[in-house]
Design a protein around this ligand. Structure first.
Ligand SMILES: [Zn+2]
Length: 427
């Protein structure tokens, strides 16, 4: 299938936005510029008044937790987990996991996300089904709680999930292993996860240094900060670990991230709402660490809208550093696209250039939020909201065209998600 997007402003990796044409051949961008004479598109999209951007990469979320959106808000993290979230999650069945992830997929497509990294479970095969059916790109992992009585079985389940699903759906499904966090996975368990991951070459996705309490408890239990002791278990030895949060960081933590090429996922909405703190994003970027952007679960955000995270990342660090130059507009866009893809080890994703995967969002620039058009990157980062997401393409396939969903049944998803949420929260 060949698609031509003609007369469209294209956001290029250098931040320029020329008015040009974009050709898609199969799952990749084949040309940007003059349309070759022999390019015969099966489908043509009129790009007039549109900005084409790389699809957003939500590098840390828990998709099925959308079912718990607005169920438990304004609580301490551990109270929130122990009293509300974990008991509701214990009632989840496979249907709930599926419809929760479907609700997330619906919201992601409607808000311009094309790739997401999901840590959840059980029944991650249901989330793989959602990725396959929706057309999205997913980096999925079974969350592992090392202190649970069935921790060993869950690790085996995580490895089988990798063997069964990694590379499926034209390589739109990738699988990682996810020890949940240093405070739920003791050193011996981390060592087992590390050994299992390295045997199969599986990458790691973990929560790190989210709260002050996590750091203090680790100092009490092990006399070390989590990054220090986890690095000694071998968990980071396979490289390219995805570490969500990285809020409370000292110089030694940053040296460990550099040594093991660990990627940080910044979740400003979740960190602000749970009052976790402000991650040192400008410092990590200046130290050469890859920083991506995520929403975290919709029960701590409370949505999956990456444009909001972009705006938050661009604004939060300015006030935190008293520096209006901290995290400029283009950097915030890159956190949500190019750096997200790099963090998740997704090759040829996150940049609009010839040869890259055709994961593209078209924003309609009609209307007040996009007027006047002095600087399209600035409008995207600071002014636009996701109501201007018009068309979404993943792997060359159109998932939404002029707001019409091509792969999902919105009415059914909303109905089933509401029904699932009732049985989780009314017990
Ligand atoms: Zn999380």
């Amino acid at each position: 299938m060949k698609t031509l997007i003609k007369n469209v402003n294209v956001l290029l990796p250098d931040g320029t936005t020329p008015l040009t044409n974009l050709c898609i051949d199969g799952d990749r961008i084949s040309h940007i510029g003059e349309v070759p004479d022999d390019f015969r598109p099966g489908h043509v999209l009129d790009g007039h008044d549109m900005l084409a951007t790389p699809g957003f990469v939500n590098a840390h979320t828990h998709a099925s937790m959308t079912l718990l959106r607005s169920y438990a808000d304004d609580m301490e993290l551990m109270d929130w987990l122990n009293k509300m979230i974990w008991p509701a999650e214990a009632r989840m069945n496979r249907e709930d996991i599926y419809w929760g992830a479907m609700l997330a997929a619906l919201e992601m497509i409607q808000t311009g996300t094309t790739s997401f990294a999901d840590m959840y479970g059980p029944w991650m095969d249901a989330v793989a089904e959602v990725v396959s059916d929706s057309g999205l790109r997913g980096v999925l992992s079974r969350g592992l709680i090392g202190v649970a009585p069935d921790a060993e079985e869950k690790l085996a389940e995580g490895v089988s999930f990798y063997r069964d699903f990694h590379g499926m759906a034209n390589d739109r499904i990738h699988v990682m292993l996810s020890p949940h966090a240093p405070y739920t996975c003791p050193p011996d368990y981390m060592k087992k996860v590390a050994a299992a991951a390295q045997k199969d070459g599986i990458k790691i996705h973990i929560h790190m240094h989210e709260t002050k309490t996590e750091i203090n408890d680790s100092l009490k239990a092990y006399g070390r900060r989590p990054f220090a002791w986890v690095s000694e278990t071998g968990l980071f030895d396979g490289g390219a670990t995805v570490a969500a949060h990285c809020v409370h960081m000292d110089d030694e933590d940053i040296v460990i991230m550099q040594k093991y090429d660990i990627r940080a996922v910044h979740n400003p909405g979740s960190n602000m709402k749970l009052a976790s703190g402000v991650a040192p994003v400008p410092k990590m970027l200046s130290e050469g660490i890859c920083v991506a952007l995520g929403t975290d679960g919709a029960s701590s955000n409370n949505n999956m809208d990456m444009l909001e995270e972009m705006a938050l990342s661009a604004i939060l660090h300015k006030v935190d550093a008293y520096d209006p130059l901290a995290v400029p507009a283009l950097t915030s866009v890159k956190l949500a696209t190019e750096y997200g893809a790099k963090a998740l080890s997704l090759a040829d994703v996150g940049r609009l250039e010839v040869g890259a995967k055709a994961d593209i969002v078209l924003f309609s620039m009609k209307g007040s939020k996009w007027t006047p058009r002095n600087n399209l990157v600035s409008l995207l980062a600071y002014s636009a909201n996701s109501s201007s997401v018009d068309t979404v393409i993943v792997d060359g396939s159109i998932l939404m065209e002029h707001k019409e969903l091509k792969t999902l049944d919105e009415e059914r998803i909303l109905f089933e998600a509401q029904r699932s949420a009732r049985h989780l929260t009314n017990a």
